[in-house]
Design a protein around this ligand. Sequence first.
Ligand code: NAI
Ligand code: BGC
Length: 260
Amino acid sequence: MEIALARARILVTGANSGIGAAIARQLAASGARVAVNYLVHPEATDALLAELRGAGAEAIGLPGDVSDPAQVAAMYAGLDRQWGGIDGLVNNAGIDGAHAPAWEADPAAWERVLRVNLYGSFLCARAALQRMVAQRSGVVLNMSSVHERIAWSGYSAYTASKAGVAMLTQTLAQEAAPFGVRVLALAPGAIRTPINQDVWGNPATLRDLLTKIPLGRMGEPEEIARVATFLVSGLASYMTGSTVFCDGAMSDYPEFAHGG
Ligand code: NAI
Ligand code: BGC
């Protein structure tokens, strides 16, 4: 069984790093046209675009902060101008935020996490759905996390944002289904990327993390990218409105921790 995306126009947000870059690579390898949104590190975007184009793919770069309505509008105007619209959106951009118990958290920093992870996903989905509902086809894939389900001390903004992404996904899926448009969420476990380098870069914190993952290792971005590519493809045509977990059973870890 091969995934063939037939030049589908797919926007991946936060795509110049980690999971987003792996998804961009896998989508391109499956025949999609890929729009690489990025906020910082234009040089990383240039390198990724050169790599994708070198492998024969069509790829464009689209700068923009997903939490800013004007920048999101500009991003979609760029897509409309260059490719005449969109067939798939991967709402991948996200931040963990600073570690702090709620009573010590800076409200502005807390709000920023919600703005990027939840409001940004809404803004990008809204613009995508305007186009997909009109053309009666398309897929939105929201990057959630095991932390839509399991608590994570010190990261209440992050867990709240990802739980919000889960319900955003279900509601948008219900709204868009009559128009033949699917909306899904993908919940990775602990994947080795820059976002959690402070954890896997330190033997003590890595050891602690691994006790919470039944498969006994962190995941790699490519393992998420393969699932993401399947979910946006026609092979997943009967899937909408749910979160798919790809986590080495990490979402079972409260029970696992007591299992001995
Ligand atoms: P990463 O830090 O490598 O990538 C995040 C990307 O989002 C970066 O390119 C960053 O510049 C971009 N970004 C941040 N704020 C942005 C904004 N306002 N507008 C546009 N782009 C913005 O981290 P990683 O791990 O690749 O994370 C990707 C997604 O996966 C995030 O949504 C994260 O919450 C989620 N995730 C990651 C897990 C992991 O263990 N690495 C596990 C579960 C979920
Ligand atoms: C976070 C990572 C963390 C992982 C497992 C993800 O949602 O972005 O920083 O390592 O969950 O806790």
